[in-house]
Design a protein around this ligand. Structure first.
Ligand code: ATP
Ligand code: LTN
Length: 334
């Protein structure tokens, strides 16, 4: 608990350009949750270097991501929006937790298996212990809830196991976090292959709508979206492309699938695609305007970065000092 509120932690990697999937499935829910919880939203740049990055590019993307958090409606005065690399406690706690994590547990992580297959030339130890750093992120702040996509559930299970394992040995040190998996917009699929999720690391840029895409690009991508030859607009698994377009439309407009199906009754796919385009652009346009404003407000963004890093460091140190004491590190001279 901080200020009488439960604590929420989540983070995103600054790899690739954020997609509409990231926004509808994660960011937008973060904004809603920020009313109820004391929130820490991190740009997890330390996780990013588990895959080789261009330094200048990473720095640029990380700052853009932070501004997107703000532009999406996360108030930096109320939410702790910060870079993971600015708070040394993440690495320090990760080391300690590494010593409580079994090789077998990490070998079972599906994200590690996927990523090591994809980056066979660089299967580094950081990629292997990625989930431990993620556990440190969460446990440092005595987090109660963690909004994540289904793909991160396994990492969260590990985090809970580590917290319980540590608490069983040393007493109640960590809060044991719960996952929070949203239903609406939980999985937006690729426009080019509706069996795959829309992802920022997809090689085919036509499969994803990026948050910074201009209205014409959005229109073009929607127009090219894969559908089927059925010719009817129904919300069902047999028509995954149409279903995905309806999901996007509903997530953007707040309609239910039933309402959307009724609205498009008797219409062709062209009409649906135009409606999807408009609904997406109505969401993206104010977001993009705010990002470009923030790009000009350098001093303001810098001050948010500084204040929030200090705030995060303060709470992180509280947990870290407790943990260091428990495992037997000597007290620091004052
Ligand atoms: P990458 O392709 O780099 O793995 P990603 O686009 O899959 O990235 P993540 O960084 O893994 O995105 O996820 C950030 C957040 O966005 C997570 O909470 C994740 O669940 C959510 N998210 C990612 N893709 C989608 C999607 N297609 N639909 C809904 N939510 C998504
Ligand atoms: N692994 C997550 C990003 C992430 C995260 C976290 C999410 C790093 N640390 C802590 C929630 C809590 C991802 O790739 N989506």
């Amino acid at each position: 608990m901080i200020n009488g509120k439960k604590v929420l932690f989540s983070g995103m990697q600054a790899t690739g350009n954020l997609t509409l999937g990231n926004y509808l499935g994660a960011l937008r829910n973060w904004v809603t949750l920020s009313e109820e919880y004391e929130c820490f939203y991190s740009v997890v740049d330390m996780h990013s270097i588990t895959v080789r990055q261009d330094p200048a590019e990473l720095r640029k993307r990380a700052r853009k991501l932070l501004m997107i958090y703000m532009a999406a409606g996360l108030d930096p005065e109320k939410n702790c929006i910060y870079y993971q690399s600015h708070v040394s406690g993440h690495a320090e706690l990760a080391w300690i937790l590494n010593c409580f994590t079994y090789m077998g547990e990490l070998s079972r992580m599906t994200q590690f298996k996927d990523k090591s297959a994809k980056h066979a030339d660089n299967i580094n130890a950081g990629l292997f212990t990625y989930p431990v750093l993620m556990a440190a992120d969460i446990l440092l702040y005595q987090t109660d809830v963690v909004p994540v996509g289904v793909d991160q559930k396994q990492h969260l299970e590990l985090t809970r196991d580590l917290a319980e394992r540590f608490n069983a040995i040393y007493g109640d040190v960590f809060a044991v976090p719960e996952p929070y998996i949203a239903k609406v917009g939980a999985k937006i699929m690729s426009l080019q292959d509706p069996s795959k999720k829309m992802s920022k690391s997809d090689e085919n840029p036509n499969g994803s709508i990026y948050l910074m895409d201009d209205p014409d690009t959005v229109a073009r991508k929607c127009k090219r979206a894969v559908t089927d030859s059925e010719g009817v607009i129904l919300y069902r698994d047999e028509q995954p492309g149409v279903k995905n377009l309806l999901d996007i439309y509903c997530a953007c407009t707040g309609r239910t699938p039933q309402e959307a199906v009724a609205e498009f009754d008797g219409q062709g796919y062209g009409v649906l695609k135009t409606a999807v385009t408009e609904s997406v652009n109505a969401i993206l346009s104010p977001l993009q305007t705010r990002v470009s404003e923030l790009e000009k407000e350098k001093a303001y963004v810098d001050s948010c970065i500084k204040n929030n890093a200090e705030k995060a460091q303060y709470f992180a140190n509280k947990t870290l000092r407790k943990v260091q004491k428990k495992v037997g590190f000597p007290e620091r001279p004052r």
